[in-house]
Design a protein around this ligand. Structure first.
Ligand SMILES: [Mn+2]
Length: 334
């Protein structure tokens, strides 16, 4: 049981502090996923229901399959004209689901350079480098949505349908649909509680997971046919070149990396995509293997079984070869 009574007490304290605020800005990471949007929207509705003036500001746009969550919120991209005023009048700034300031994205970082209010960080990534007034860094948590849900529970708050729906979404996506190692009986009970609060698991799965377009399915087809098997089947790569990605956006490759681990016997999988301004590396591993250290070599980070990095310059072929060598060295070292 990693959510101890001390943690519950601290979460309750943070909730009380937020209740004493007038205006709160919530933010999360660039290229937002189900947990980033879910935790922001989940907390948004908890605060809204308590009469707070609250909004969500992100660097990036929200992916199409998660837009149903933000439709009932006050949402801005940092580049929107209203964002500046919102930050200027806020007394609390909640950062969700990230550990390094760079993950906020440049536009959000710039917005907050002159912010003088209080900050709280709620996250489950390793080694947070941000120093807020209130820190809830729980690396054993399956998702940030789990921590926000626990905050509501510890404070005796029953989430609204909108809040429960968002929080359930983040737990579902960050556990890979209740399949990843942190899927515990406690998580199932928490998810059940959110369903009791009105989250509809069938609708949420359908909205989030069945959102492909013919265009994006064709890209998946291209990705799967580019599958490369290395190191006697221990490493599987999907590599997509700039030419192949010409008519696509980075978010359209979301989730492709998971196919690498679906091959029997594979230990590490990687999706390497080449964009005009960067090469993106997404790494996944089976529970006994740690790909975070490999991502860190390229200035990235993440979790032990799900990590990533972006390289702003470099030749794709060379990067692919280096990743293969890194994985080989790592697998020999353990
Ligand atoms: Mn997360």
């Amino acid at each position: 049981m990693y959510i101890t009574s001390e943690i519950r007490e601290e979460l309750y304290k943070t909730w009380q502090l937020l209740l004493s605020a007038k205006s709160i800005v919530l933010t999360s990471h660039i290229d937002p996923d189900g947990d980033a949007i879910g935790s922001s929207v989940g907390l948004y509705h908890l605060l809204k229901a308590s009469g707070k003036d609250v909004c969500i500001i992100l660097h990036s746009a929200v992916p199409a399959n998660l837009r149903f969550l933000i439709s009932t919120t006050e949402f801005y991209q940092a580049s929107d004209i209203q964002s500046k005023d919102k930050v200027a009048s806020a007394d609390w700034f909640c950062i969700l689901d990230l550990n390094h300031a760079s993950r906020l994205g440049q536009s959000v970082q710039e917005l907050f350079t002159h912010f003088t209010g209080h900050t709280v960080l709620i996250d489950h990534h390793l080694e947070p480098s941000i120093i807020p007034d209130r820190l809830h860094s729980i690396v054993k948590a399956c998702s940030t949505c789990e921590i926000v849900s626990e905050m509501a529970k510890s404070s005796g708050i029953i989430p609204s349908v909108e809040s429960a729906t968002a929080l359930y979404t983040g737990i579902m996506t960050d556990t890979g649909g209740f399949r990843h190692p942190r899927t515990t009986s406690d998580i199932m009970r928490l998810a059940a509680w959110l369903i009791d609060c009105g989250a509809n698991p069938v609708m949420i799965y359908d909205k989030v997971m069945n959102a492909e377009t013919p265009h994006s399915l064709r890209l998946l087809g291209m990705a799967l046919s580019s599958l490369q098997i290395h190191l006697d089947g221990n490493l599987v790569l999907i590599v997509l070149t700039k030419q192949q990605l010409e008519h696509y956006l980075p978010e359209e490759t979301e989730g492709f990396v998971n196919y690498t681990l679906s091959l029997a016997g594979v230990k590490i999988g990687a999706l390497i995509t080449e964009w005009p301004d960067k090469v993106k590396i997404s790494l996944r591993s089976k529970p006994e293997y740690d790909v975070r250290s490999i991502a860190q070599k390229y200035g990235g980070g993440g979790h032990q079984q799900a990590a990533g990095a972006r390289i702003s310059h470099g030749d794709l072929h060379h990067i692919v070869q280096t990743i293969i060598t890194d994985c080989e060295t790592y697998l020999h070292s353990i």
